[in-house]
Write a protein that binds this ligand. Structure first.
Ligand code: GLN
Length: 532
């Protein structure tokens, strides 16, 4: 089979769910090897240096790449471990082109946006497809059509048709179909204008997905088809749904598999994995009981900051037949933490810096003392160590040097390898690292393995100088790095579920395979609900 390419663009508004639409298309093509590539117009080399409130969660890959949160959707939907090369930002592209120029690759030539930058972009797309031996390469172009910053990606996508042959590429455009209050009609004008913009750039879409609060009616499909020059059957609804996991199912009901099959001359067949997906999605609706989990952090103003955590909880719900309700509790200025008793369990997520840490430490203490299931993730684990050192090891000023450089008891500190690091981009301990779990620990029971790996994104570690006092006072290091120097997992003995993980277990969770630490937490939360 020839290598096939699907280019996904978006129009009218940002935030229509282009990443999820692209991932859903990929899921329907699971019989093939599908590789996603995400193109972002910003000039950061990667989103690792951006605040989650600006950009949503930073997703981390096995290979240590810090990438856009859309990769979270891709991994959750496509069952593939993505690679950092598949994340292309304009920052990366410009960095590479300037490096090439300095090396002399363009000697004697004037280096230009077209063709040099657009060629480089296409080279990268095609190289990834070749290297991965992908049957289908999904190229998602970030932003909204018309944005200046994405123009070069759009132009490269237009040119790609010549390079790969028109029978091997399709263009799918996600747009918005409003039904304004007071009119009883779905409106096509924004779509027409968005497609006009796309066509001005030389891209003639093969499929249009109209995001709408209701199923697109015949009339509007007809209208879009006529004005935008696409087959009527290739205008499909991107229906608002209460769970993103339903989107591939909706697309399938809209006949997307056949549309893609005929346009790319392939034969899309859904397999048993798809049936499993459908069953689990149905489970998300069945929900025999409810459980409420508190996420206590400082990036609560933008829910996307904790997107993978929320998804990991949903995955558990589908397997445990319960609905998992999430409340975000802002740790900044949080004094009275007694509301924590109303939750089945608590998560202290990852984070950086001083703001909001006292609130989190109070919540951790409350969970420890009141036997409330707690999962501390990365910073959450580090703060659990600080709380334990202060209140149970007699180290009243125990702290992380990230918070107080001059503390007498730096229970969390930089390791030698991090001390002289100058730059901030891509310099943390990043990516998957293995850990050996303690025999007969709670952790070993949760993972049902003794050798595990989770993805990391941090600079600081539990300081080896304090390992012995913490353990003497009862804290269990239930997972260590293979060389036994770094604490990767902690737990407590006389507690139902007081668990910390230096990695981010949420990043490997999927609907098919929920992350064990979340599964264990939700299970305990259900038991606790039964108790109170
Ligand atoms: N700020 C902490 C560190 O750098 C934790 C980071 C995180 O939670 N991802 O070690």
């Amino acid at each position: 089979m020839h290598k096939k390419f699907i280019v996904v663009t978006g129009g009218v508004l940002s935030g229509l769910g282009k990443g999820i639409a692209a991932a859903s298309i990929g899921l329907l093509l699971q019989q093939y090897k599908v590789i996603p590539i995400k193109c972002d117009g910003y000039l950061n080399v990667d989103p690792g240096t951006m605040n989650p409130i600006e950009h949503g969660e930073v997703f981390v890959l096995d290979d240590g790449g810090e990438v856009d949160m859309d990769f979270g959707h891709y991994e959750r939907f496509l069952n593939v471990d993505c690679k950092s090369d598949w994340s292309l930002t304009m920052g990366k592209i410009y960095r590479d082109i300037i490096e090439k120029e300095r090396k002399g690759d363009f000697l004697g030539k004037n280096v230009q946006l077209i063709p040099d930058v657009t060629d480089l972009i296409q080279d990268k797309w095609v190289e990834i497809a070749e290297k991965e031996n992908a049957n289908v390469t999904l190229i998602e172009i970030g932003g909204t059509i018309g944005d200046i910053e994405n123009e070069l990606f759009v132009e490269a996508a237009r040119q790609l048709k010549k390079r790969v042959g028109e029978e091997n590429i399709i263009y799918i455009h996600l747009t918005y179909v409003p039904k304004p209050f007071g009119t009883d009609e779905q409106k096509s004008k924004p779509t027409q204008q968005s497609i006009n913009l796309l066509r001005e750039k030389g891209i003639f879409p093969d499929v249009i997905i109209g995001r709408c609060s209701e199923v697109l009616d015949n009339k509007i499909k007809e209208k879009i088809s006529v004005y935008c020059d696409v087959d009527k059957g290739a205008v499909i609804t991107g229906l608002d749904v209460n769970s993103v996991y339903k989107i591939p199912i909706r697309f399938n009901e809209e006949n997307l598999c056949n549309i893609i099959s005929s346009k790319l001359n392939i034969n899309v067949n859904l397999n048993s994995e798809y049936d499993k997906w459908v069953n689990l999605t149905e489970n998300l609706e069945k929900q025999e009981c409810k459980v409420k989990i508190a996420i206590c952090g400082k990036y609560t103003k933008l829910k996307d900051s904790y997107a993978s955590i929320v998804e990991a909880l949903n995955h558990c719900g589908a397997h445990l037949n319960c609905s998992v309700g999430v409340d975000f509790i802002d740790s900044d200025g949080l004094k009275d933490v007694s509301m924590i008793k109303d939750y089945g369990a608590v998560i202290i997520p990852g984070g950086f810096g001083k703001r909001g840490i006292d609130g989190k430490i109070n919540v951790i203490k409350y969970c420890r003392e009141n036997n409330i299931p707690l999962l501390g993730i990365c910073y959450g684990m580090q703060l659990s160590i600080i709380e334990y050192a202060r209140n149970l090891c007699g180290l009243g000023d125990a702290n992380s040097t990230e918070i107080d450089e001059n503390t007498n008891n730096p229970v969390i500190d930089l390791m030698p390898g991090q001390r002289n690091v100058q730059g901030k981009g891509a310099t943390m301990r990043l990516g998957s690292y293995p850990a050996i779990l303690k025999k007969e620990s709670l952790m070993e029971g949760i993972y049902k393995l003794d050798n595990v790996s989770e993805r990391h994104r941090h600079r600081y570690e539990v300081n080896p100088k304090f390992h012995s006092i913490l353990q003497e006072k009862g804290l269990i290091f239930s997972g260590m790095s293979p060389d036994k120097t770094l604490v990767e997992f902690i737990e407590l003995k006389d507690h139902d579920y007081f668990v910390g993980c230096q990695g981010h277990p949420e990043l490997k969770s999927s609907l098919m395979k929920p992350a064990p630490l979340f599964y264990g937490l939700v299970k305990k939360a259900l038991e606790r609900n039964g108790k109170t």
